[in-house]
Design a protein around this ligand. Structure first.
Ligand SMILES: [Fe+2]
Length: 227
């Protein structure tokens, strides 16, 4: 979401809270959305007077250009922005719980098959990365901006992936995301996440990004050969 003047506008949760059961019930989700996400937006807005508003910038755009934020409050603003950004990527790619697995399609499916053999191979690697994490953080599905290759990475705390990667989706591995319902079984939480992951939307967005990237590369290549 963007800054509107001095105020950062929080995202609406993309599905009815009841529709994510049994991964979370509505109360557990409220704790996550209201207390971990909305509270950070409020703290960010309390500071936004200090940055004179984000002038229409999105969270990621400001994270990529931190010099736009006055130095005296840059550290605090970035801290809240990172927390907000990670949660928005996580929440925005969820869909109602579905017993089966939604499958990737189009160019995203091709990239998954090229990198991991098939979708099951991708999910296996994603889970392995999640289980190897030490401490709180996020697991990310990314696309390499140069090659289009899909890859998996992890970050600690609320750090975000390098700007050279296009972000597809992420999994929140902070305890507040899973421990209330799943107790000691983080493995059950990761498996359940696959049933609320909006792979149809992610496939469409990857395809859109891939086509734009192709056009941009063709344009750059033309400029190089034309002059
Ligand atoms: Fe979280």
């Amino acid at each position: 979401m963007n800054f509107n003047g001095n105020i950062y506008i929080p995202i609406r949760f993309p599905v009815d809270r009841e529709m994510l059961y049994p991964l979370w019930d509505a109360v557990e989700l409220d704790l996550h959305y209201e207390y971990q996400y909305r509270r950070e937006v409020e703290q960010l807005n309390a500071l936004s007077v200090g940055i004179g508003g984000g002038k229409g910038y999105s969270a990621r755009a400001l994270l990529q250009k931190p010099n736009l934020i006055p130095q005296y409050c840059r550290g605090d603003v970035l801290k809240h922005l990172k927390t907000v950004f990670c949660h928005e990527v996580f929440f925005n790619n969820l869909r109602p719980f579905y017993d089966g697995l939604e499958m990737p399609s189009g160019k995203f499916k091709d990239a998954i098959c090229k990198g991991f053999g098939n979708y099951a191979g991708f999910l296996y690697e994603f889970k392995e990365n999640a289980l190897r994490m030490q401490g709180s953080g996020f697991v990310w599905a990314l696309a390499d901006s140069r090659s289009g290759e899909v890859l998996i990475d992890t970050t600690t705390g609320y750090e975000i992936p390098n700007a050279r990667y296009h972000i597809l989706f992420c999994l929140d591995m902070w305890e507040h995301a899973w421990i209330l319902r799943h107790r000691t079984s983080v493995s059950t939480y990761i498996d359940g996440f696959y049933h609320i992951l909006n792979i149809g939307k992610i496939s469409d967005e990857y395809e859109d990004w891939y086509e734009k990237r192709n056009k941009r590369q063709a344009k750059e290549s033309f400029k190089k050969t034309a002059f």
